[in-house]
Design a protein around this ligand. Structure first.
Ligand SMILES: [Mg+2]
Length: 362
């Protein structure tokens, strides 16, 4: 038990190391919004969220202008109490988006303090034993890559021991199918191939493509439709022969409940978008009770302990852009990622990185 006496925040602008593109994004950097909380006993917890390059200043403003005022003086261990206090404060302007990103950074910082205070790693606090988790690779299947580059990528991914490779789709039908077939032929059934449309299609187009992907043995079709078109997800889930995956663009357990009721097979909650660890764990319980598996979006450093601690976790997604920010990299061996065994969430920012990538918006 230790009262919160201070909170501060910071934005980093971090290169993605290569140009990335999918059907709705094209960028070479992400923003990291950090939330640091200090308690009267000198404990310090660090949480963060991120954006695909836009919106970080608004998240920071919400943390500095509103969240800070309502958490000073609270007991840091009362994570559920603080979470609900901020959630209800944000209702008229939030229930998703900017506010939920800010709550995520706050919540992760509170869990960091709780773990440090207990002297335990996050997986231990969540009831796990720290088992490693399978990785699939998403960092070399971008939409602007040529077919030859995709084939080279997947060969390299197989050599590295990953259990799957995800390619972005959203080009014209024939091109997408040709590219997918080239990758499927190259792996010859040795690893799984996933396809991610990033909300690109209408229902008829998604249906047509899913039929082709089913014949190719694609492991899942991810975000085929706009995130708000739950009816399209429901219709495809009923008749699709391959699992339908979604969740990186929704924020709360209430939204996940709608998708689960629509019949998706794989949920992809992102701990930095779903309001942090607290909400992520509640979403995982909903999934468990409804035979839905979890393959979360991005942020492998935090998702390793989370997926490791639940019974319905499938994979963690390998995207390594953020490794340069942290003083400790997660152990990755033979396609498996190991949750940190140190007290805390396992995420500690390097002082050098905090200086090098810091930006000030005016
Ligand atoms: Mg995706």
């Amino acid at each position: 038990m230790s009262k919160i006496v201070d909170m501060d925040s910071q934005i980093l602008k971090v290169p993605t190391d290569k140009h990335i593109s999918d059907s709705i994004h094209s960028t070479e950097f992400v923003e990291i919004v950090i939330c640091r909380i200090t308690t009267v006993d000198g404990l310090e917890g660090t949480g963060f969220t991120y954006t695909i390059g836009k919106g970080g200043a608004s998240i920071k403003a919400f943390l500095d202008g509103y969240v800070k005022k309502v958490i000073i003086g609270e007991e840091s261990s009362d994570i559920n109490g603080i979470w609900n206090k901020v959630w209800w404060m944000a209702q008229p302007v939030g229930r998703g988006g900017i506010t939920e990103h800010a709550i995520a950074a706050l919540d992760i910082a509170l869990w960091d303090i709780k773990c440090i205070e207990a002297g335990k790693p996050l997986y231990w606090m969540l009831g796990g034993n720290g088992r490693p988790v399978k990785l699939y690779e998403t960092n070399s299947g971008w939409l602007h890559y040529t077919e030859e580059e995709l084939v080279e990528s997947v060969k390299s991914v197989m050599k590295s021991g990953f259990y799957g490779f995800k390619i972005k789709v959203g080009r014209p039908f024939e091109e997408d199918m040709h590219r997918l077939k080239a990758v499927v032929d190259a792996v010859d059934g040795k690893i799984s191939i996933m396809a991610d449309a990033n909300q690109a299609w209408s229902y008829p187009e998604g249906l047509r493509r899913s039929k082709m992907m089913e014949r190719m043995g694609i492991a899942w079709i991810e975000e085929p439709f706009p995130a708000d078109d739950i009816e399209a997800y429901r219709k495809l889930s009923i008749i699709s022969g391959i699992p339908v995956a979604a969740g990186e663009t929704i924020f709360t357990k209430y939204e996940f409940m709608k998708y689960i009721n629509a019949g998706i097979s794989i949920a992809q909650p992102d701990v930095c978008r779903t309001g942090g660890i607290t909400e992520w764990v509640q979403i995982s319980s909903l999934c468990m009770a409804n035979n839905v598996n979890i393959a979360p979006h991005f942020i492998m450093q935090l998702h390793a302990p989370l997926v490791s601690s639940i019974p319905c976790g499938l994979y963690v997604e390998y995207i390594p852009w953020m490794e340069k920010l942290f003083s400790e990299k997660p152990k990755i061996e033979k396609g498996m990622i190991y949750p940190s065994s140190k007290p805390g969430t396992g995420v500690k920012f390097h002082n050098r990185a905090l200086e090098e990538y810091n930006i000030e918006y005016v």
